[in-house]
Each structure stands twice: as C-alpha cells, then as structure tokens.
Ligand binder design. Structure first.
Ligand SMILES: CCC1=C(C)/C(=C/C2=NC(=C\c3[nH]c(/C=C4\NC(=O)[C@H](C)[C@H]4CC)c(C)c3CCC(=O)O)/C(CCC(=O)O)=C2C)NC1=O
Length: 169
C-alpha cells in the first residue's frame, strides 16, 4: 500500500533519477494540501454514521426500486449490507484522501468486487449513485467548515466510480 510520496519515489527510483522540478512540484502540492486532507479525514471520522445513513436514505429515495420486493437492497439483511458497503466506500475514501494515492482502493476495495457484485446481482449504477451522493455531502460539509478548495475530495470517489463503471460491462 503506497501514498503519494512513496509512489513518486518508487517511479524515480525505477528510472534511477534524482527528483526533478516535476517531482518537487507534485511534492509541494501534496504537502500544501496536507492540512486540508487531514481536516476532511477528521470530518469523515466524526460524521461517518450520519453521512452513510443520510446518503442511503437519499439513494433509496432516488431509486426506490432497490428497496421494493425484488430489489437488491430489499429485506433487512440486504438493506444493511448495502449501507455497510457505502460505509466501506466512505472509510476507504478517507484513507485514500490522506494518502493522496488511490492505491489503497485498488488493493483493499476494488479487487474482486466485480465478480462479487455480478454474482450477487448488486447493481453497479445505483452503487455509483450512492458513492456520488456521499461525495457531494462531504464536499458540502467541508466547504461549510472552511475548506477553501474542496476539489481534491473528488478524487477517490471518482476513482471508485470509474473503476466500478468499467467493471460493469
Ligand atoms: C472493504 C471492501 C469490501 C467491499 C467493497 C465489499 C462488498 C460486498 N458487498 C456484498 C454484498 C452486498 N452489497 C449490497 C449492496 C447494494 N445493493 C444495492 O441494491 C445497492 C445499489 C447497494 C448499496 C449501495 C448488497 C445488497 C449485498 C448483499 C447481496 C446479497 O447477499 O444478496 C458482498 C458479499 C458478501 C457480503 O454480503 O458480505 C461483498 C464482499 N466487501 C468488502 O470487504
């Protein structure tokens, strides 16, 4: 599992090169955004239960078929499995935000997910909607708590969206 710094060092080491201007610039960006990354991760830790619950309600409001008979999140067991998955996505997104690297998502979340979701009939489209709802909620929360530029928050959520959507063919 790597972060932005170890990723960069690894690439330069493979090429046998000293850190150049590009490397220094991306290191500066990473360190400059460090406080904001930690602030957002703290916000996630303190509000995870609320974010997941509210995002779930919003998802089921937008796609009510999910919780109707025949829907994949119908029955208490599957409803909780769905919210638990949302909680996984949020928690791992907070790790990826702190790391400044999507590596942890590849390694711990996305690997094998396609097979699992396909075999259980878990629909990818609404899963992605749920991920996007959490992203929007978190960005709003961060903005309201004084994080100036919230665009870095997109990265892990967009990454999971892209990877999951590609897997849905
Ligand atoms: C940390 C990495 C990790 C992930 C990502 C993960 C996902 C994951 N989701 C599962 C099931 C599930 N996932 C969902 C999710 C949903 N159904 C819907 O309609 C919605 C669109 C969606 C919620 C947004 C549901 C309902 C199940 C249970 C399906 C079933 O057993 O029939 C399962 C099958 C085993 C189980 O039920 O626990 C896995 C492995 N497990 C992991 O360890």
């Amino acid at each position: 599992m790597r972060d932005a710094v170890t990723n960069l060092i690894r690439n330069y080491d493979i090429a046998g090169r000293y850190l150049d201007r590009n490397a220094i610039d991306s290191l500066k960006d990473f360190f400059a955004s460090g406080n904001a990354r930690v602030a957002v991760a703290t916000m996630v830790s303190g509000n995870a239960a609320t974010i997941v619950k509210d995002a779930g309600l919003k998802l089921f409001e937008e796609v009510p078929e999910l919780i109707s008979p025949g829907g994949n999140a119908y029955t208490t067991r599957r409803y909780s499995a769905c919210l638990r998955d949302m909680d996984y996505y949020l928690r791992y997104a907070s790790y990826a935000l702190v790391a400044g690297s999507m590596d942890v998502l590849d390694e711990r979340v996305l690997q094998g997910l396609r097979e699992t979701y396909n075999s259980l009939g878990v629909p990818i489209g609404p899963t992605v909607v749920g991920i996007q709802i959490m992203k929007d909620m978190l960005k709003e929360m961060a903005a309201s708590q004084g994080v100036d530029n919230t665009s870095f928050i997109d990265e892990p959520f967009e990454y999971m969206t892209r990877e999951l959507s590609e897997l849905s063919v």
